[in-house]
Design a protein around this ligand. Structure first.
Ligand SMILES: O=P(O)(O)OC[C@H]1O[C@](O)(CO)[C@@H](O)[C@@H]1O
Ligand SMILES: [Mn+2]
Length: 441
């Protein structure tokens, strides 16, 4: 049998991968440098001269990185010792070995896009950890927080909806409950439009009322496996306690508004008794601009809790309690910020794979997770999702993703071609979305 297809790459001039490496990534790097500049006086107040020196050092490392990228230099190994340095450098050697026949060196435009894009964020982190005492500065924190504040009205609407729903949840008929479940899943899907890396780090908050737009957005869901999710979870609920622990894992994506939609969904899982335990998975380092770290997760819950709005603060208080009681559990693992596709998880991170195997359902949020699930490869649009997962089946899983990269599988024959003819940017504009399920029911 033929192996999986080639990786998306900057080699394909004019592709989204190419344009990302050429334009979007340097733009993000420039923004990071600017952010450090703007915090100069803060570093001085906190650390004196040493803080100023550290800022200079980080900026010079980042400027060097931008130059390497823009002149398509070879990818160089990491030097600073960190938890994942050896794995990263081994992966770099592996990429080198793939090129050995042609005697080339992996470079920015010649290597797989997934690899170089992850590498760029890891190099930003290296520049920061090499610059103590500002080595725990999150260069993206400001924009993540801004995204949350700018979405305030939508957050209030969502929290109010959730609180009204949970007050009467036990009286709902099965069909009504299913309807509400589907609504919150769709909100979590469209919440994924708001990532900050696709917009080159520019603000991309939620300003419209998603709750009232769900019907209008339905035609843009290209694969809709929501029924499978319902069958799977309602089966446990109907069995009435024969499966006393029902665990749902959410592999988080972006902080800000998207994280609120995920927490609202996670709250609903518990209140509806469709699940008894929610496990969140976040990033250990700042990643793809807007991804959630433990600091973002705690910060956001604290913000929701201390807000001057009765239903919003009630949500925050409930979420704090879930965490205290262990009904919500937050995990992070270095694997999520490695460049590997997920089918490599059993070898690279067997502990994480074993953890995911305990779930009854795993939700993977966002575009980058989709790229890693499918290996970021040039699959035909009609290839089944199961096949593109390439052996990654820890538990029943579902990708909840708006399309922001030139990859999509599991479509009907002709569907992709029709979309291409009607709307050339359908794969990358974040306008379309999928709920794509894999696993036994
Ligand atoms: O936050 P998400 O949905 O994973 O998206 C991150 C985005 O960054 C990109 O890699 C572009 O830089 C897109 O391919 C991807 O959609
Ligand atoms: Mn993201």
């Amino acid at each position: 049998m033929a192996g999986p297809p080639a990786s998306l790459s900057g080699q394909d001039v004019g592709s989204f991968a190419y344009l990302t490496i050429k334009d979007r990534i340097p733009q993000i790097l420039t923004k990071v440098i600017d952010t450090l500049h703007r915090h100069k006086s803060e570093f001085f107040e906190k650390h004196g001269e040493e803080g100023m020196e550290a800022e200079k050092k980080a900026i010079s490392l980042l400027s060097k990185l931008r130059n390497e990228l823009q002149t398509d230099k070879p990818i160089v190994p990491f030097v600073e010792k960190f938890a994942d340095t050896d794995i990263w450098n081994q992966y770099l050697e592996y990429q080198q070995s793939l090129l050995n026949e042609s005697n080339g060196k992996p470079s920015w435009f010649q290597s797989p896009w997934l690899f170089v894009e992850c590498y760029m964020y890891r190099r930003i982190h290296e520049a920061i950890i090499q610059s103590p005492p500002i080595d725990d500065f999150d260069v993206f924190k400001e924009s993540k927080d801004q995204n949350f504040f700018e979405s305030q009205e939508s957050v209030i609407a969502l929290c109010t909806h959730l609180q009204q729903l949970t007050r009467t949840i036990d009286d709902l008929e099965e069909n009504q409950l299913k309807n509400e479940f589907f609504k919150l899943l769709q909100i979590s899907l469209w919440g994924n439009k708001c990532d900050l890396s696709i917009s080159g780090g520019e603000s991309s908050s939620q300003k419209t009322d998603v709750l009232n737009s769900l019907e209008d957005l339905k035609p843009f869901i290209l694969v809709n496996d929501l029924e499978q999710l319902w069958s799977l979870l309602s089966k446990y609920k109907k069995a009435g306690g024969t499966t006393p622990l029902v665990r749902v894992d959410i592999v988080l994506d972006n902080s800000g508004f998207e994280l609120v939609t995920d927490l609202v969904l996670a709250d609903f899982f518990l209140s509806s008794k469709l699940a008894t335990e929610i496990h969140f998975h976040g990033k250990t380092i700042p990643w793809f601009v807007s991804d959630t770290t433990i600091r973002d997760f705690n910060w956001l819950i604290e913000q929701v809790k201390s807000c001057n709005h009765i239903w919003m603060s009630k949500c925050g208080a409930d979420w704090g309690k879930y965490l205290k009681m262990g009904r919500w559990i937050y995990h992070d693992h270095i694997f999520w910020t490695l460049p590997h596709e997920y089918c490599a998880m059993p070898q690279v991170a067997p502990d994480l794979y074993a953890e995911l195997q305990k779930a009854h359902l795993i939700l993977f949020k966002g575009d980058l997770n989709y790229r890693k699930l499918t290996g970021d490869r040039k699959w035909e649009f009609t290839v089944p999702f199961h096949q593109a997962l390439n052996g990654f089946h820890p538990a029943p899983l579902c990708s909840i993703r708006t399309l922001k990269a030139e990859i999509q599988v599991g479509l009907q024959p002709g569907q992709g071609e029709q979309l291409t003819a009607a709307e050339p940017s359908w794969l990358t504009g974040g306008k379309y979305g999928v709920f794509q399920f894999d696993g036994p029911l």
